[in-house]
Write a protein that binds this ligand. Structure first.
Ligand code: ADP
Ligand code: MG
Length: 250
């Protein structure tokens, strides 16, 4: 089982990248579990044809100790198993804490033993890397970390913070930074800006994803590009990324 966390600033394209990547890895015949760890709970929307799945924390609030796996795990495109951690009531409680609670519940329900995923993909907000949002990096939840960034200042700033958090946990044998995913925003000198950060972090740019209108038009139809536009150039980019990450490339 490979456990991969995709981090990045809010709005940078984490859910777009992670859901297309989950779909592309699943298309290779792997069993994929996709866990949205952003309080927005919208990571799996385009894998679920727009159906909003109940976030784990919400289900737990109503069902208390009677939560079953069927209440929180849903079959999406290419049989990707979709889950959303969710978040607290706005203004009350800690969003990071929610991730911990959701992970503990999945463990207590033996979700990983029952579904036996080849890949677990975590889609995690990285604006704040507090203990809660760093949770996927700890206790062996995620082993490999990819950071989505553009050349925009705030995105690079968040990427550096996330990399620092990964580095801080490395000594304990937890997650490792595997590379940056450049999601283009077409800022001047974008590749060079991101490459400079990659060099500083002693990592590499694993792929450059162009800006492509097909992503948004598919999103408007509630599907990921792997489903809505599988012959497009951008779908090829996500297939390439899946090949790079799964190791059957180059
Ligand atoms: P995050 O999960 O990081 O908050 P999203 O994946 O929801 O971000 O992406 C935010 C918006 O940017 C979405 O509307 C998405 O369609 C759009 N988007 C992301 N990547 C691209 C891209 N490469 N080209 C065009 N639009 C993109
Ligand atoms: Mg998202």
């Amino acid at each position: 089982m490979r456990k991969i966390a995709i981090y990045g600033k809010g709005g940078i394209g984490k859910s777009t990248v992670t859901s297309n990547l989950s779909a592309a890895i699943a298309a290779k015949g792997f069993n994929v579990m996709h866990i949205g760890c952003d309080p927005k709970a919208d990571s799996t929307n385009t894998l679920m044809r727009g159906a909003v799945i109940p976030p784990i924390l919400e289900v737990q609030r109503t069902k208390k100790n009677n939560v079953k796996l069927d209440d929180i795990i849903f079959n999406g495109f290419n049989n990707v198993k979709c889950l959303e951690c969710g978040g607290p009531t706005p203004g009350v409680g800690c969003a990071g804490r929610g991730i911990i609670t959701a992970f503990e519940l999945l463990e207590s329900l033996n979700a990983y033993d029952i579904f036996k995923p080849d890949y677990v993909m975590y889609d995690v907000l990285g604006d704040v890397v507090c203990g809660g949002f760093a949770m996927p990096l700890r206790r062996g939840y995620a082993e490999e970390v990819y950071i989505v960034t553009s050349g925009e200042k705030m995105s690079l700033y968040a990427a550096r913070n996330i990399a620092t958090a990964v580095e801080n946990f490395k000594s304990k044998g937890y997650a490792k930074l595997k590379g940056l995913i450049l999601n283009s925003r077409n800022v001047a000198g974008e590749y060079e800006l991101v490459k400079k950060l990659a060099d500083e972090l002693k990592t590499e740019i694993v792929i450059q994803i162009p800006r492509d209108g097909a992503i948004q038009s598919c999103e408007d139809n509630n599907v990921c590009v792997m489903e809505g536009s599988p012959q497009s150039k951008i779908a090829d980019v996500f297939r390439d990324l899946a090949s790079i990450i799964s190791g059957d490339c180059c």
